[in-house]
Write a protein that binds this ligand. Structure first.
Ligand SMILES: C[S@@+](CC[C@H](N)C(=O)[O-])C[C@H]1O[C@@H](n2cnc3c(N)ncnc32)[C@H](O)[C@@H]1O
Length: 273
């Protein structure tokens, strides 16, 4: 499974380099995810030079931003092509101190309590054993340290409205179709989606308590898997629903595409010694 995921991201290195400056709703949602995560990091007031770990570093956007803020960044990424792009981008940005590690979230080669912050944006959906990886991320965090990451929302509005993607209807329809066609479901790895409760259980594996959680990002809307809103209309719908969500409007506040959470690793109590 991991080999297929790594191969997929090796092939997607260009996509993940360009997506942050691309037009379209999806790109806007990724930009917002990164901006929100970095704003949350600012709110933590970590000490300058604090050790931080980026897991699933992709093309290096979070790692470079965190290094530019003065943190001592280590970045883990299994896909060699991604790692190469990230290194080159970091060098061009003058961030030569980032420690790039080819590795896997399920087995992080760092000692317990090494980092003040672990950031994992867009990675959990691709993990074959997310609870194991979360336990690893929790292990390398110091007690009282921060975990900041995202999952794809299982109850995202664009998925609920499309019968081909709805989490209740789609798997049954696919099973019937596959049985009729006598084939097993596709071998291309697919991103998993998580509910708020599922994310809380994962945070528990890391020994961390959720401090904040938001969903945001609406679209790209599809029907039967095909886009049906143009770019302009899609952006307008995304902006309107995002505003409603920020004001706490029912439905909009919990059905964004991305679910981003900040959590804090529990301090060690006397009962743990
Ligand atoms: C959707 S991309 C997100 C990249 C980056 N964090 C961002 O937000 O721009 C997911 C990344 O997770 C990486 N990844 C996949 N499996 C992983 C694993 N087991 N451990 C660590 N990273 C993994 C992929 O190679 C890919 O670079």
């Amino acid at each position: 499974m991991q080999t297929r995921v790594t191969r997929l991201f090796d092939d997607l290195a260009d996509f993940w380099t360009e997506i942050y400056s691309a037009p379209g709703v999806a790109a806007g949602i990724y930009r917002r995810r990164l901006e929100m995560a970095l704003a949350w990091v600012d709110s933590l007031a970590l000490t300058p030079g604090a050790p931080v770990l980026v897991v699933g570093a992709g093309a290096g956007f979070e790692a470079i931003a965190l290094a530019s803020k003065g943190f001592a960044v280590t970045a883990v990424e299994p896909a060699a092509a991604m790692l190469a792009v990230a290194r080159t981008r970091a060098e061009s940005a003058g961030c030569t101190d980032i420690a790039w590690v080819r590795g896997d979230a399920h087995a992080l080669g760092f000692g317990p309590g090494t980092f003040d912050l672990v950031m994992a944006l867009g990675v959990i959906p691709w993990l074959h054993s997310p609870s194991l990886a979360m336990a690893e991320m929790g292990r390398v965090l110091r007690p009282g340290g921060w975990w900041l990451g995202s999952v794809d929302n299982r109850y995202r509005l664009d998925g609920l409205l499309d019968p081909a993607r709805n989490p209740v209807i789609a798997p049954k329809a696919r099973a019937v179709r596959d049985a009729l066609m006598r084939k097993r479901s596709g071998s291309e790895p697919k991103a998993a989606q998580h509910s708020s409760n599922a994310l809380r259980r994962l945070l528990d594996c890391a020994g961390a308590d959720r401090i904040a959680e938001v969903t945001f990002g609406f679209g790209p809307f599809t029907f039967a898997g095909r886009p049906f809103l143009g770019d302009r209309a899609g952006k307008a719908v995304n902006t309107a629903l995002t505003r409603l969500g920020e004001r706490g409007a029912p439905v909009a506040r919990s059905t964004g595409a991305q679910r981003v959470a900040l959590a804090r690793k529990r301090e060690v109590g006397v009962w743990d010694i």
